[in-house]
Design a protein around this ligand. Structure first.
Ligand SMILES: Nc1ncnc2c1ncn2[C@@H]1O[C@H](COP(=O)(O)OP(=O)(O)OP(=O)(O)O)[C@@H](O)[C@H]1O
Ligand SMILES: [Mg+2]
Length: 264
């Protein structure tokens, strides 16, 4: 049976045309080799650009975007209308026939409001993943997912894309989950790119957050990894998406690519 892989394509790396081109070609290679590939994308920098153009200030708490009604509309327009279509178009042209959907399509991601202090507005957490649409599309296509969810009252939620990737990996019982980002992995010292922590056990995650070793966008990544490992995902890699052929290397289990998360 063909292997299923889920890849989070960080918005932070999606700004460099050369990196993007290499990524699209790698995905085409995997698709031709028979892998079933789901790509979950973020779009942090693009969303920030649009908010600023409209005179709105991006705000984050613990790496999550504060999402009021207006911001929610812009997040949806940018992720689904711009980022998703750019990825889908480029993948298809570069040899990986792809279909783009959001968590709202065929009720892929059912969500509810995430309860936090301070309140983050329309930031959601996933309560259910309806995998049918993915399984149907994966028979022929690479599937590219924008990180939105919806509830029974038709309210749309902004969901962190790392969380989306990990939840989808769990639901599909994926063979591999790779989070591509713009750093060399989890760094012991965020200012030193040679301080990558090669292996992190689930039991270490709380301490790394509490002691401020990780901050910003790395916090939701770590929490998502912890949950996914607790729920049966065997191995997760956070790797540097700026490296040529990062995805292909990850599939070959090349050592020292970034940070590997394991249960324990
Ligand atoms: N200890 C740490 N090691 C590595 N990165 C860290 C650490 N602490 C904080 N970070 C930050 O986390 C960032 C990665 O998360 P970020 O959410 O910005 O990117 P992304 O998830 O790849 O993109 P997007 O959120 O748009 O999908 C790094 O660029 C870095 O600034
Ligand atoms: Mg992020």
């Amino acid at each position: 049976m063909s292997k299923t892989i889920v890849i989070k394509f960080g918005g932070s790396i999606a700004t460099d045309p050369k990196i993007k081109k290499g990524f699209y070609r790698d995905i085409a290679t995997l698709h031709k080799q028979g892998y079933k590939v789901v790509i979950c994308h973020g779009g942090g920098p693009e969303i920030n650009n649009f908010l600023l153009k409209l005179g709105l200030k991006p705000k984050f708490v613990n790496g999550l975007r504060v999402t009021d009604k207006e911001t929610m509309e812009i997040v949806e327009m940018v992720l689904c209308g711009k980022v998703n279509k750019e990825i889908v178009g480029a993948l298809s042209i570069n040899g990986a026939p792809s279909v783009g959907i959001s968590g709202k399509d065929a009720s892929l991601l059912i969500a509810k409001k995430m309860k936090t202090t301070p309140d983050l507005g329309f930031v959601g957490e996933i309560t259910k993943v309806n995998t049918k649409v993915l399984n149907d599309l994966l028979k022929d296509y690479v599937v590219v997912v924008s990180s939105l969810g919806i509830d029974a009252k038709e309210q749309t939620y902004n969901i962190n894309a790392d969380t989306v990737a990990t939840k989808i990996a769990q639901a599909l019982k994926a063979d591999k989950l790779v989070l591509l980002t713009n750093v060399k992995g989890v760094l012991a010292d965020a200012t030193d790119e040679f301080s990558t922590i090669m292996k992190i056990k689930t039991s270490q995650i709380a301490g790394l957050i509490k002691n401020n070793v990780v901050s910003g966008g790395m916090i939701p990544k770590m929490l998502a990894c912890r949950e996914a490992l607790a729920r049966g995902v065997k191995e997760i890699d956070i790797i540097d998406g700026r490296k040529p052929h990062a995805v292909l290397q990850a599939m070959k289990n090349t050592k020292n690519l970034g940070t590997c998360f394991v249960k324990g």
